[in-house]
Design a protein around this ligand. Structure first.
Ligand code: SF4
Length: 170
């Protein structure tokens, strides 16, 4: 018998599993997590007035880009969705589409009291929370209006979490 290797089964599936196994091994996992944590790119997507504070966070004084957060024009190349305060039912549909277009691994940061529990619009007929439309939130940052420093703190917390406990999903 020659020393040929007989491969059987679904080669594509086996390759995918081997790739996931490899990506979750140290030190590749640590390198991947470090790279992900410092390249969190949100799509340009504003739901409400907390968006003005997020704009201030991205501008010169607070310089959000120094944390690796670069607002990007395409949701297909983005990996963090920032829900900025109130979300109307109409906007929630768009948010869900944007979230579904983003590749894994992806994260959601919800900022402002309105995204936590409704804020001043808590009893409005036309607002919803991210969890009600199937958008899982990784980190909430409270405040009304939220300060750019609080967004920075929330981002640093998320970065620590990504580097500590994350695992790739495919
Ligand atoms: S939390 Fe305050 S600033 Fe933010 S969207 Fe709600 S009302 Fe506006």
């Amino acid at each position: 018998m020659s020393d040929q290797i007989l491969l059987s089964g679904n080669l594509q599936e086996v390759t995918k599993k081997a790739l996931v196994w490899l990506l979750n091994k140290k030190p590749i996992k640590e390198l991947r997590d470090w790279g992900t944590a410092f390249s969190l790119w949100p799509p340009h997507f504003t739901t409400s007035c907390c968006g003005a504070e997020f704009g201030a966070f991205s501008a010169a004084r607070f310089d959000g880009e120094r944390y690796g957060m670069l607002p990007f024009s395409s949701s297909r190349q983005s990996n963090i969705l920032v829900i900025e305060g109130t979300m109307t039912r109409k906007m929630a549909r768009a948010a869900r589409i944007v979230y579904e277009q983003m590749p894994e691994p992806k994260y959601v940061m919800a900022i402002g009291a309105c995204s936590l529990e409704g804020g001043i619009f808590w009893n409005s007929y036309n607002t919803v929370l991210p969890s009600e439309v199937g958008i899982p939130v990784d980190i909430y940052v409270p405040g009304c209006p939220i300060r750019p420093e609080a967004i920075a703190r929330g981002l640093l917390t998320l970065q620590k979490r990504i580097m500590g406990h994350d695992s790739i999903k495919m």
